[in-house]
Design a protein around this ligand. Sequence first.
Ligand SMILES: Nc1ncnc2c1ncn2[C@@H]1O[C@H](COP(=O)(O)OP(=O)(O)O)[C@@H](O)[C@H]1O
Ligand SMILES: [Mg+2]
Length: 361
Amino acid sequence: MQTLKTGILKALRTVYDPDLKKDLVSLGMIDDLLITNATISFTIILTTPACPLQEFMKQACIQAIRKEIKKELEIIITTIAKVTSSRPPAAILPEVKNIIAIASGKGGVGKSTVATYVALSLANHGARVGLLDADIFGPSIPTIWNCEREKPAVFKQNGKNFIIPLERHNVKLLSIGFVANSQEAIVWRGPMASAALKQLIQDAYWGVLDYLLIDLPPGTSDIHLTLVQTVTVTGAVVVTTPQKIALIDAIKAIAMFKKEQIQVPILGLVENMSYYFSNKEKIGTPHYIFGKEGGKKLAEQQTIPFLGQIPLLPIICEQGDVGISSNKTIAPFDTIAQILAQQIAVRNAIYQPTEIVKKSY
Ligand SMILES: Nc1ncnc2c1ncn2[C@@H]1O[C@H](COP(=O)(O)OP(=O)(O)O)[C@@H](O)[C@H]1O
Ligand SMILES: [Mg+2]
């Protein structure tokens, strides 16, 4: 059997992960290779359960083995995912593999919406997901997730109180709206808001998470600085609408993350409210009311990955108002979630870990 095994491994060495640009054997992605008289079986260890290349890689493995091995054996491939991390051992949130900031320059462009549906998609793929609402002055996660009147439980460990995030549709949720009177929170001064965010980060018991999404307020505020000074952020996603006024602000947000003292990699840009379909006309004709592909072009100019476009859809607005009632995601968000998960894996493989931003900054 040894020669057969050697042949199979040789074949698998010709299969490359298109993102990481190395072969599956060198990347340690092949496990449990077993050969019987009738079958060849093995597991591909993916870097994310939301990997959009799963089927492609399986087929590439089958083709490579068929080319190398003449014996007609059934090939059984299983996939599992071990989400990678590039977060250095940290005192705060050590069990969270990836922290993803969802940002924009302008308000109302769809950060909370994108954070919500991407979280749902990742969880639907089997990832362990948390969503932290860092919009201290205007938390919208409690409304979108239909848990405005809920209070998270608290437990005590070693004399310290921990907040247990709420859980909806397999996503763990935490918002200032759950723990403070929102009318009070909006009149807080900057330092109080920063302290509140810090407390939400430090005092929450998330458990092991593959992805913690942070829904940020608009702009480039104290809250953003507090975040990068408190935890190592894996990367940021910038959300924009296609019109000039939003793009100008998106550029500012990108510049903030790229700043020498901050250096949080940009994982990609999402263009929201890209177009709409008029009911009166033939379905399928998009109307680019805010201009065409402004976000896509910005991603190209800034050489950052473009994660995708989301049309204006009545269902998004309705669910934003009354709250989501199931784990159903919406098609463009699922594609965006998969491309984002892919970009996180690429980031973890290629770039240095992000460092905590020094307090003096
Ligand atoms: N693609 C879309 N189609 C329809 N409504 C949308 C879309 N994206 C966002 N909205 C709505 O626009 C409003 C602002 O979105 P939100 O996600 O709260 O923005 P932000 O968090 O950036 O302030 C919400 O009412 C939301 O439901
Ligand atoms: Mg928001």
